[in-house]
Design a protein around this ligand. Sequence first.
Ligand code: MN
Ligand code: MN
Length: 275
Amino acid sequence: MESLADLKPGVVAVLGLPTDENSTFMHGPAQAPPRIREALYSGSANLCAENGIDLGADPRWRDLGDLELSGGSAAFEQIEETIARLLDRDLYVLSLGGDHAITYPILRAYARKYGPLNVLHLDAHPDLYDEYEGNRYSHACPFARIMEEKLAKRLVQVGIRTINPHQSAQARRFGVEIVEMHHWQPGFQPRFDGPLYLSLDLDVLDPAFAPGVSHHEPGGFSTRQVLQLIHSLRAPLVGADIVEFNPKRDLVSITAMVAAKFLKEIAARMIDSCQ
Ligand code: MN
Ligand code: MN
């Protein structure tokens, strides 16, 4: 990770969190952050976001590189403490996973800074399992831990299409607001009061748009539908993560480019909404 010495408050800091040891079905997302940067800087596209912000020239964001992570529970502590340190400097953090397990330690750090905040979670899966294959920190469980610790004031999940009775009961227990994929309508715009955190699991997209994910779940969003949702957010977007890109499953780097596109558009929305 780069030095923070000359970082001014208010800057959007992009940080890679290369870990997938809490993945269940297959590994690969630990290799994602460098592949996303490769796509971002490949020269096949410019660095302008659709709101006109040119990330190629704008000093209001910075790529800090990857955090070097140890294994096991120490990695969660490293993530929480590093994000907390960035938030102490009044930075806004856009994390690149890694698998979805990282969102729990990230939101622990966010709650220290902001108190419980609004969380918009885009995913094919609710990730609300109490435990999965004996692991309470599995990438199938982060939002159960987040809700138990009351790290989110509101959790709104969109794009879900794999809910089962256990996770349905968990959602009721925690008061999670779920917009299942089959109920979603074009033009849907969630409204939030106060700071917002966005957690974007790339498998919310239909696998036709993003084949580079571990869990192919057909019947999802198009890239444009997710972009419209991101562009429609009006609350101050103080943090975000892009998780579950698995380069081992990608085809012609298309998912890497989709992740790079989301990086640009989310960073630009963060810059625009927080200043
Ligand atoms: Mn997920
Ligand atoms: Mn998922």
